[in-house]
Design a binder for this molecule. Structure first.
Ligand SMILES: C[S@@+](CC[C@H](N)C(=O)[O-])C[C@H]1O[C@@H](n2cnc3c(N)ncnc32)[C@H](O)[C@@H]1O
Length: 210
């Protein structure tokens, strides 16, 4: 098993600095991975254990997550969709792997659907775009009908008013197997998860992440 704690040591996640900006402005306006470090390590362990080779991320922010994961795993296919909010609102960059397949636009558009159909089988789809209930539900309903092995939802703890819809959608998801990746958010001094990643599969056995 790889040591993802060491491999991810230089990656900036949601830390004290991001938290301070978020508390002051209501937005995490920093070019970093918007994940809890422990949960990022856990999803890396999941990717390794379940031989994820084709990865799609809906909601990229500045693209640090898909770049980080692709650097670690050298996916056969790496794809992402984002509506460009971080650039439009804060002038932040959107980092893209050289071989990354990027859809710029809304995941609920007809254009996205055509692009997604063209990707074919995705091993792991990370749904981390629109966090309100209608938005996340639309992403789940569409992706579960498209070829995939695992769907993952980010922010299943629903710990604030922006993410409560994800928690509702996660608990409503039934059939198949589920696993929750919940790690303490120690970088901001907490001993509980503030985000959480839920992984679901209708067809595959889901083993422990570690
Ligand atoms: C929480 S951020 C993603 C964080 C990123 N996955 C990471 O871990 O660093 C959510 C992103 O999704 C984008 N977004 C929200 N709704 C979307 C939609 N319907 N289609 C495409 N992108 C969307 C936002 O603009 C933002 O960039």
């Amino acid at each position: 098993m790889r040591d993802f704690t060491a491999e991810l040591a230089s990656v900036q996640c949601w830390d004290q600095r991001v938290q301070a900006v978020y508390q002051a402005t209501g937005e995490p306006a920093i070019d970093c991975v918007l994940q809890t470090r422990g949960e990022l390590e856990d999803i890396c362990a999941f990717i390794e254990a379940h031989r994820v080779r084709r990865y799609l991320e809906i909601g990229l922010w500045t693209g640090q997550l898909w770049c980080t994961l692709h650097a670690l795993f050298g996916f056969d296919l790496v794809a992402g969709c984002d509506d460009g909010y971080a650039k439009r609102r804060f002038g932040l960059p959107l980092h893209t792997p050289p071989d990354g397949r990027l859809f710029r636009g809304n995941s609920r558009s007809a254009e996205y659907l055509a692009w997604r159909q063209d990707l074919g089988l995705i091993d792991l789809v990370l749904i981390d775009g629109d966090h309100n209930l209608a938005g996340v539900q639309a992403d789940i309903d569409r992706e579960r009908r498209l070829p995939h092995r695992f769907l993952a939802l980010h922010d299943i703890t629903g710990s604030n008013r922006h993410t409560v819809g994800v928690r509702q959608a996660w608990h409503a998801l039934c059939g198949g197997q589920k696993q929750e990746l919940l790690a303490p958010h120690r970088e901001i001094g907490l001993e509980h998860s503030t985000m959480g990643i839920g992984i679901w599969s209708e067809t595959e056995r889901i083993g422990p992440a570690r």
